[in-house]
Design a protein around this ligand. Structure first.
Ligand code: ATP
Ligand code: MG
Ligand code: MG
Ligand code: MG
Length: 460
């Protein structure tokens, strides 16, 4: 089944159960508690708290999500992406556990025709109700249902003992077992049935909610019999285009470090294209910083594969084309998106030769000194002078079994803020590098002749 058809089949199935089809929320919602939308339920927080329209009780969506916490896994695991689509069905004080579980089964087994022998299930330790529905009502053998603790099968994770207070509940997860690959979690059914008022004190809610999330790419990979999210029909063209522009045969590179790099660059290209479409531009803070970090990470990957020219911008039209059915509006943004990506790539590449030299020197010196910790001021220097985000240094260091002294980075940052004066916001300098900032501020039009990394911060 094609990914586009799966998206449609899901939404249609739940519409047939009385769920109202709602559009995806934006990626950067007007919600101070999150930078990006991490899950389908976020747009329904009011409804979950009982503050919504009383007539609106069931919904289904395909939500565009970004999870910054997963960035370091991208390309390394077969199933984590920065940007992904989450299919969901929701109940606001209406249908509950019984329907949620029965419908999940019906959709997977009757509609998608997945062989039940390929599925296993988890429930929360003491959630006998969910266990019995899977076992007694649906007929899943007991050895295919595992009881797991609050870290895995409670939302928010660890809520009963660690908190936070508020609406919470057990969940039940569904795993798919493909041939020759590790099992993969495809769907999480959350039963928000409690209000936590203190450690271990869970009061039943008068209005119980359902919040489910199925990873579209993971489910598509299962249905298409491919090993990873990166091989599904809507994603493979992006991987192929990335491999092509970087001059690599992906089939051969797949299980090497270049394979990781190509998957990461493809993923980041897709995330960045969606962000820029929504006008979330690379910048010094918040969502913009995430976009900048993703872009620079991809450029560094390509650089390490020998690419010295911008390349990421060439992937934006491929993203728009492969995502066209779900997001036809992307196509119109492509020229604007490409322009911004290319510009940012060029700015970053300008100083990268020196930046990479310093980075490799730093790694070498650290090892030569018998340490595995990169000093904070060295990591900060890479950021402030060459625009290499600390998170990127961390991740490049991790490739060589090194880590970064993060408290040391913060100390260097504080010291830097104290010495930096003038009209330029320190935050701008952190992200673009003082070379760029100086060049723009004081040397408009003329060629910049260079400062040493120690001079630059004090001059700003
Ligand atoms: P995992 O344990 O694999 O990291 P999760 O438990 O963090 O997944 P949930 O928060 O339960 O994921 O989200 C619901 C569903 O969204 C998951 O079952 C999965 O199918 C999908 N999903 C979660 N994170 C990602 C990701 N980074 N990329 C692609 N799909 C994802
Ligand atoms: Mg996760
Ligand atoms: Mg999980
Ligand atoms: Mg989960």
């Amino acid at each position: 089944m094609k990914t586009d058809d799966l998206r449609e089949a899901y939404l249609e199935f739940f519409a047939s159960k009385g769920c109202v089809r709602k559009p995806s929320d934006v990626l950067a919602p007007n919600d101070p508690t999150v930078l990006f939308t991490p899950a389908g339920m976020n747009q329904f927080k009011r409804e979950f708290m009982g503050l919504g329209d009383p007539g609106f009780k069931r919904a289904t969506t395909c939500q565009k999500c970004i999870r910054t916490g997963d960035i370091e896994n991208v390309g390394k695991t077969p199933r984590h992406m920065t940007f992904f689509e989450m299919l969901g069905n929701f109940s606001f004080g209406d249908y509950f556990k019984r329907e949620a579980i029965h419908w999940a089964w019906e959709f997977l087994v009757d509609t998608l025709k997945i062989d039940p022998k390929r599925l296993t299930f988890t429930v929360y330790l003491d959630d006998d109700e969910a266990f019995d529905i899977w076992h007694k009502e649906i007929g899943v053998p007991t050895d295919r249902i595992t009881r797991m603790g609050e870290d895995d099968n409670f939302w928010p994770a660890g809520a009963p003992t660690q908190g936070p207070n508020g609406v919470c509940g057990p969940c039940s997860e569904i795993f798919y077992h493909g041939d020759g690959i590790e099992e993969v979690e495809i769907w999480n059914l959350v039963f928000t049935q409690y209000n936590r008022v203190g450690p271990g004190q869970l009061e039943p809610l008068p209005n119980k909610n359902i919040d489910t999330g199925m990873g579209l790419e993971r489910a598509a990979a299962a249905l298409q019999g491919v090993r990873s999210n990166f091989e599904i029909d809507v994603f493979a063209p992006i991987v192929d285009a990335a491999a092509d522009v970087l001059g690599v045969d992906y089939a051969q590179a797949r299980d090497t470090l270049d394979g990781v790099r190509i998957r990461r660059a493809s993923d980041h290209a897709r995330a960045i294209t969606f962000c820029l479409h929504e006008n979330i531009r690379p910048g010094p803070e918040k969502q913009g910083y995430v976009v900048r970090r993703l872009l620079r990470r991809a450029v560094l990957d390509a650089y390490q594969m020998g690419r010295r020219e911008p390349f990421l911008y060439t992937l934006a039209p491929v993203v728009a084309e492969s995502m066209r059915r779900g997001y036809p509006e992307l196509v119109d943004s492509v020229p604007r998106v490409q322009h911004i990506i290319r510009d940012e790539e060029e700015r970053f590449l300008r100083n990268l030769e020196n930046g990479m030299r310093l980075l490799n020197d730093t790694f070498r010196k650290t090892k030569a000194a018998g340490s595995d910790v990169i000093a904070g001021d060295a990591a900060f220097d890479l950021l402030s002078t060459y625009g290499i985000p600390v998170e990127v240094t961390e991740s490049l260091a991790a490739d060589q079994n090194l880590r970064v002294d993060m408290p040391g980075v913060e100390a260097a940052r504080t010291k830097f803020s104290a010495v930096s004066r003038g009209t330029t916001e320190a935050a701008d300098v952190f992200a673009t590098g003082p070379l760029d900032t100086l060049k723009e501020a004081y040397h408009k039009g003329s060629e910049f002749l260079g400062y040493t990394s120690t001079e630059a911060p004090a001059t700003v």
